[in-house]
Design a protein around this ligand. Structure first.
Ligand code: PSV
Ligand code: MN
Ligand code: MN
Length: 387
């Protein structure tokens, strides 16, 4: 049996990147509910992200989405963030909210629209130079709704050409991460629907092109940890967008719907060298808080990842290996489940206190008065949302 003390130091390596958009308003296509205290500016989103880090010690960087987080001076924004104790992380390009992109962006049949989409990504690389970001994350809403609507083969060629133009503009320490999603907003075909397609494009680009795995972007029943194992094996897992789902791309709090799946994923992350020293896999959240509080929603999320990481680290891999070699199916499964069922909450509370963090970050946040303060201060102006 591995003990908590044996994994305590390894746990210090956990760093989760939070998305700026989690702090703004979001919703379904039926209604977006506003709530008091919601940020009106990028700075206020970053202040909320920094608060999550202050109470948990788990979220040292915040991802931006361009143009949702467009400002005149990104170098100044970087200083502002660093002053609050967080770094600016992944830059997410956005070629899905402009009328020109109705029928596609990098895969549009019109070369002028493709050029515009490439240029937007090049502008994002400029932003990355100012923010000090490593990763350009590309997710495309591109696809079609009806058979015959588009030339699905030509669109792959246009995609490869556009990505290549973007990739060559990255500096040596920057990476391109290509996110896949099997459907939505397109319902017949999607141009980057799965990890295989993303991988094929990454392989064509070069070593610094990697796959982004959003846990909500698969068909129900997909074995996500297998994809994790395969991409790590190939050195092509760039980042995660963590969230959880019951039905489609629900963007709910990670670990809320299926903690066991999160555990299984993290076991493979650790097994494949995607965690801790020497790993360059970015653990990001991609979530929305439509009905619950946003800052506490993010606190719960990073704590869920921490709890499942601890349990995954507790897996007795030596005993497991022995059982596997002996062909003892039930023992192997028992060892695996033992780690999953280990309640680490008290150990984690003590671990936090030893490191100057609140034992119960959620309670500490709720008692801190931060929520009342932002509700009082953030009056007037428009609350940030998906625009
Ligand atoms: C698309 O569903 C996605 O997962 C991409 O990562 C977008 O950038 C993000 O959602 C916006 O929340
Ligand atoms: Mn995502
Ligand atoms: Mn998504």
């Amino acid at each position: 049996m591995t003990t908590f003390d044996e994994i305590a130091t390894r746990l210090e390596a956990l760093a989760i990147e939070v998305p700026s958009w989690a702090y703004g308003n979001s919703g379904t296509r039926f209604k977006v509910f506003g709530s008091p205290g919601t940020p009106r500016t990028v700075e206020e989103k970053i202040a909320d992200a920094a608060t999550v880090h202050r109470f948990t010690g788990l979220a040292p960087s915040v991802a931006l989405h361009i143009p949702w987080d467009l400002v005149d001076d990104f170098a100044r924004l970087r200083e502002y963030a660093e002053g609050l104790g967080v770094a600016l992380g992944t830059i997410n390009s956005n070629t899905f909210q402009d009328d020109d992109y109705k029928l596609g962006s990098l895969t549009h049949a019109d070369p002028a629209v493709r050029r515009k989409a490439v240029q937007h990504n090049l502008d994002c690389i400029e932003v990355m130079h100012a923010t000090g970001s490593r990763d350009l994350k590309i997710w495309l809403a591109d696809g079609t709704n009806y058979p015959g609507q588009g030339d699905i083969r030509a669109r792959q060629d246009w995609l490869a050409e556009g990505l290549a133009e973007i990739y060559v503009q990255l500096s040596d320490d920057q990476r391109l991460v290509l996110e896949y999603k099997f459907f939505e907003p397109a319902f017949y075909h999607t141009d980057v629907p799965d990890w295989g397609t993303s991988l094929v494009h990454c392989l064509g680009l070069g070593d610094r092109a990697k796959v982004c795995l959003d846990t909500g972007h698969h068909a129900p029943g997909t074995n996500i940890e297998f994809i994790v194992a395969q991409l790590l094996r190939l050195g092509r897992l760039g980042s995660f967008d963590f969230n959880s789902r019951f039905y489609a791309d629900d963007d709910l709090i990670v670990g809320a719907a299926d903690p066991f799946q999160l555990f299984r994923i993290l076991v493979e992350v650790i097994r494949g060298g995607g965690f801790g020293q020497g790993s360059d896999v970015a653990l990001m959240l991609d979530q929305c808080h439509n009905v619950e509080g946003k800052v506490p929603g993010q606190i719960r999320s990073v704590l869920n990842v921490q709890e499942m990481t601890a349990r995954a680290l507790l897996l007795d891999t030596a005993a497991l290996e022995k059982a596997r070699v002996a062909g003892d199916v039930l023992l192997a499964n028992e060892i695996y489940m033992d780690a999953f069922y280990t309640d680490v909450r008290r150990d984690l509370a003590a671990w936090r206190e030893e490191r100057g963090l609140p034992a119960d970050p959620m309670r500490a946040y709720l008692e801190s008065g931060y929520q009342a303060q932002i509700e009082a201060e953030r009056v007037g102006g428009a609350q940030a949302g998906w625009s």
